[in-house]
Design a protein around this ligand. Sequence first.
Ligand SMILES: [Cu+2]
Length: 154
Amino acid sequence: MNKIFITILILIIVVLGSYFLLKTKVEAPTTEAPITSDKSTTPDKPITVDQNAVIIYSDTGYSTATLNVKVGDTVTWKNNSSSNMWTASGMHPSHVVYSSTALTAHCPDVLGTAFDACKGIAPGDSWSFVFNKVGGWGYHNHLKASHFGKVIVE
Ligand SMILES: [Cu+2]
């Protein structure tokens, strides 16, 4: 009788202990860390938004159909899907609308001015862009153009 009670007590302590250990592990490092390409992060780790906007990309598309931001704001696209995400300005396939240049001319976008990731961003990674032009900017996943959204810059 006493043995069973002690076994159950130990089990409860172990379960509670590992719960709190895991909980602290997941929550601790998220404060000010940028959500760029840290492959060691857990996929369901909460994202710290600050004043920058984060759009989640999943297997069903972009989480925010239309996002309003101010000139100079950074928008981050986080790839939570199972395939690569190539976020780029309309129109597919040339991506001319934001930068007035086609992707054959502006990729790789070393200055970060073309609103074009210029490559597939792997699942778990993210891509950011600073909007310096006022307007309504449609975008899509170049690798799956039926997934699209819009950023309105004021
Ligand atoms: Cu495209």
